[in-house]
Design a protein around this ligand. Structure first.
Ligand code: FMN
Length: 194
């Protein structure tokens, strides 16, 4: 692929949050997982995986958990900012409209913490975690572009992670594994939805 084609693909990508109910085909799902797995990765380890959720009931339960958490958080917001927060938080669960969620999941490998013991500074520990989050961002970006190239819509979402622990339980992730992002994918309902 030449630069112009790639640039056109990147420029045409926009976040899509409204989807037709049309399910993704097995081939579409596999292609998106395959392209995500080509991402570069930090610390010499692909310490992440891509979970795909197509179970409508599960997606609805995940969105409800996020909405409940947002409603709780709203109680702590200064009254003058409550409406603003409510509008912002509405975006946290918009993945509910998609027929499929691509969820990169990572596990922090505390290599420096093990090698350096007490000499591992908080900054180094943060860096080790950030490396995994950055790796996941590469995965997510490729899934977004892959979806765009296939005529599908997608959106990179992390707002739902306000309910991260509940979602981790719903996905039955083993201890230590964390959700990096939630990427709803489907046939776009409108060209652009916000
Ligand atoms: C790290 C990250 C987290 C995001 N989280 C959300 C989210 O929780 N909900 C949402 O609707 N959009 C989310 N977005 C999408 C942004 O709102 C969107 O990318 C931005 O407005 C630019 O629009 P575009 O993607 O159409 O170019 C997120 C984007 C990024 C990069």
């Amino acid at each position: 692929m030449d630069y112009c084609s790639l640039y056109t693909l990147c420029k045409s990508r926009k976040s899509i949050r409204d989807f037709a109910t049309t399910p993704l085909t097995h081939e579409q799902i596999q292609r998106l997982v395959d392209i995500g797995r080509t991402a570069p990765f930090a610390s010499g380890r692909k310490n992440w995986n891509i979970h795909v959720i197509t179970d409508r009931e599960k997606i609805d339960r995940m969105a409800s958990a996020v909405d409940q958490e947002s409603a709780q958080l709203k109680n702590y917001i200064l009254p003058e900012y409550a409406d603003k927060f409510g509008g912002y938080a509405n975006y946290f669960s918009l993945f509910k409209k998609a027929p499929a969620l691509f969820i990169p999941v990572f596990r922090v490998s505390p290599t420096l913490q093990i090698l350096l013991g007490n000499h591992c500074t908080p900054e180094m520990a943060t860096m080790e975690r950030d490396n995994m989050v950055k790796s996941i961002s590469c995965v997510a970006m490729l899934i977004l572009l892959g979806a765009q190239s296939m005529g599908l819509g997608a959106c990179y979402m992390t707002g739902g992670l306000v309910a991260g622990q509940k979602l981790q339980k719903m996905l039955e992730l083993p201890p230590g594994q964390e959700i990096g992002a939630i990427i709803p994918v489907g046939v776009p309902l409108n060209k652009r939805s916000a």
